[in-house]
Ligand binder design. Structure first.
Ligand code: ADP
Ligand code: MG
Length: 238
């Protein structure tokens, strides 16, 4: 398999505060990879670093073999990386339909697979169909998360970064979102997601990186992690 994203020994900072320490990771074409770690482990910072949203020190970061280190965020996005931040940022005063329309972008060079447009994301998230005219700020947490993902998808990213997509959602919604993300996975969209526990990502991810205080402590398949829960209990909630 060929790599889309590669981080090699990346250091990241917020001002003078050194938060990521030599983080190395990769995502292959069509792969779903999860960053696991407790609160404060560095999951969001890793995603922000990929998008050019934090200060970087040593290390290298590349997209399809080309360095993206130091690139402005809008250019990184244009190369085909789409972030769904943990804040689910959207335009609260606009309708669901308007938010979706604002997300529409043509695929970047090298994009494979079918193009995502509004009708197609509504097939993936049918719950949004009847909400198109609803003000986005009036949606439930689960509906907002689906809108945030749908809006990023119509931008046709080749790699979707999902920062704790299940956080704060009711179990029944988690179940539904899990199914939707599995369907997305079947479509061959590459994903890097973050979670605090393994349960939610079991069905979704191929490989995991375990983060603690900005260090990668372990990498491997989810099966390997699950086979030895005692060893990882310090870093991961099972
Ligand atoms: N804007 C910020 N300024 C300074 N420090 C931050 C900022 N955001 C996060 N941090 C710190 O960086 C570390 C990693 O945080 P984060 O990446 O948000 O972890 P996670 O997403 O795994 O919960 C934590 O120690 C956190 O306090
Ligand atoms: Mg976070």
């Amino acid at each position: 398999m060929s790599q889309v994203l590669q981080l090699e020994s990346v250091d990241a900072y917020y001002g003078a505060s050194h938060v990521l320490h030599g983080v190395s990771l990769s995502v292959d074409v069509g792969e779903a990879v999860v960053l696991i770690g407790r609160n404060g482990a560095g999951k969001s910072t890793t995603m922000r670093a990929i998008m050019g949203l934090t200060g970087l020190g040593a290390g290298e970061m590349s997209w399809r073999g080309r360095s993206i280190k130091g690139m402005p965020t809008h250019r990184i996005a244009r190369l085909g990386i789409g972030l769904v931040p943990d804040t689910r940022r959207m335009f609260a005063a606009l309708s669901v339909g308007e938010n979706l329309e604002l997300g529409v972008k043509a695929p970047a060079e090298g994009h494979t697979g079918r193009v995502w447009d509004v009708p197609r994301v509504l097939e993936l998230f049918p719950a949004l169909q009847s909400l198109l005219k609803r003000r986005s700020g009036a949606l439930s947490g689960g509906q907002q998360q689906m809108l945030a993902i749908a809006r990023t998808l119509v931008g046709n990213p080749s790699l979707l970064l999902l920062d704790e997509p299940m956080e704060g959602l009711a179990p029944v919604i988690v179940e539904e979102l899990g199914e939707r993300l599995s369907a997305l996975r079947q479509e061959g969209v590459s994903m890097l997601l973050s979670e605090q526990n393994l349960t939610l990502t079991r069905r979704l991810a191929d490989r995991a990186y375990v983060l603690e205080t900005g260090y990668v402590r372990h990498e491997g398949t989810l099966k390997e992690l699950e086979a030895n829960p005692q060893a990882w209990a310090r870093y991961v909630a099972f």
